[in-house]
Write a protein that binds this ligand. Structure first.
Ligand code: OGA
Ligand code: NI
Length: 357
């Protein structure tokens, strides 16, 4: 049981939440009200519900026959016009998706002393870390979220360092989603004049992967904070599994409006990340998204970030520039791009400025 303490003192609060492994989940379970000041976001960082367009959402694409030209067109159009879409009949077994959600809940239900072992400072590997908010060392105001982030190096490394209560399910989900990832990339690159996915382009399109377990516990004053502040992902593609709770909002292209991504049983949400926006020279859109906090239910989500390798230099693809387009982005070392993302709090789409010409 977590001790009952007063959190008037922000340092004590940070110690409890961040350093002692309780996370915001531990704080949520204390049922203190109101929400501590540390989590109260400035108005402009909260989601303005009056900007949410009802009865509209991102495309839902049936992937039963991904070679059907009509399906291929839907995928490329969604990547251009929405940057976000959901897929059904995607080939990843529903059982695998259910197991990974259970595994996420199992991990976050561990006692704080167990979870604490996965904090960056306590962990012998740099590839696994348990975090609260986005970057607690940098965030002035915290987000209402705990997450475990695992960078995949090899099965052996995962066996040695990933938490045993969720490791097998995470690895299975990653393995089972590989064909879907390849199918999506194969389809998307046709519009970029790359003839096929092969050893010349696979490394920088999908050469590394990171999987996160996100936990958004019940929040005493959800309207005052955020689950995740508005951001775009730095990936090539993100494959997101969400539970039935809802709360993910996506910006409509070139507008001030947002749409909700309704949970659809068995679906996966796909979004284009900054790396693919850069490689496609802006044709495919890495769109801002935002998760609200919830006053009634705990929520879990599990994104797989499909990325270039850290050592890759990314920029607009030569095939795209060969069509006579002016390059909108410079070439940047992918690990520098990612470092830039992790140096500052979430702030909409500003990460990509790092690569702008
Ligand atoms: C993320 C993210 C959305 C969600 O982890 O980058 O945007 O629904 N998650 O949890
Ligand atoms: Ni994201």
């Amino acid at each position: 049981m977590a001790p009952s303490i007063s959190f008037i003192d922000t340092d004590k609060l940070k110690t409890f939440v961040v350093d002692d492994g309780h996370g915001v989940k531990g704080l949520s379970e204390l049922k203190i009200k109101p929400l501590p000041e540390l989590f109260v976001q400035p108005i402009e960082k909260r989601l303005d519900m009056s900007k949410v367009v009802p009865h509209e959402s991102i495309p839902v694409i049936d992937m039963s026959d991904p070679e059907d030209p009509e399906v291929m067109k839907l995928i490329c159009d969604a990547a251009e016009n929405w940057g976000f879409f959901q897929v059904v009949n995607h080939g990843v077994p529903i059982r695998v998706l259910d197991d990974v959600k259970d595994a996420a809940k199992r991990f976050f239900s561990l006692p704080a002393d167990e979870k604490k072992k996965y904090l960056f400072k306590n962990n012998p590997t740099k590839n696994v870390r348990l975090v609260t908010s986005f970057i607690p060392e940098v965030d002035k105001v915290y987000e209402w979220k705990d997450y475990l982030s695992c960078f995949y190096v090899s099965d052996d490394e995962a066996f040695a360092f990933w938490p045993s209560v969720c490791r097998d399910q995470l690895l299975e989900y990653m393995k089972e989603s590989e064909p879907l990832i390849k199918t999506l990339l194969k389809v998307l690159i046709t519009r970029l004049d790359l003839s096929k996915l092969d050893e010349t382009n696979e490394p920088f399109l999908m050469g590394s992967k990171r999987i996160n377990l996100n936990y958004y516990p019940i929040c005493p004053n959800p309207e005052l904070t955020v689950g995740v502040g508005s951001h775009s992902d730095v990936s090539t593609l993100t494959i997101l599994l969400q539970d039935e709770t809802g709360g993910l909002y996506v910006r409509k292209l070139d507008s001030d409006n947002w749409v909700h991504v309704p949970p659809i049983k068995g679906s996966l949400t796909i979004n284009i990340g900054d790396a693919l926006q850069i490689m496609s020279n802006g044709r495919y859109k890495s769109i801002e998204h935002h998760v609200v906090a919830n006053g009634l239910e705990n929520r879990v989500s599990v994104p797989i970030f499909v990325n270039p390798r850290p050592s890759d230099v990314i920029g607009p693809l030569p095939q795209v520039i060969a069509r006579g387009e002016k390059a909108l982005y410079k070439h940047v070392l992918y690990s520098d791009y990612v470092k830039h993302f992790y140096r500052k709090p979430h702030n909409g789409k500003d990460t990509i400025d790092f690569a702008k010409v």
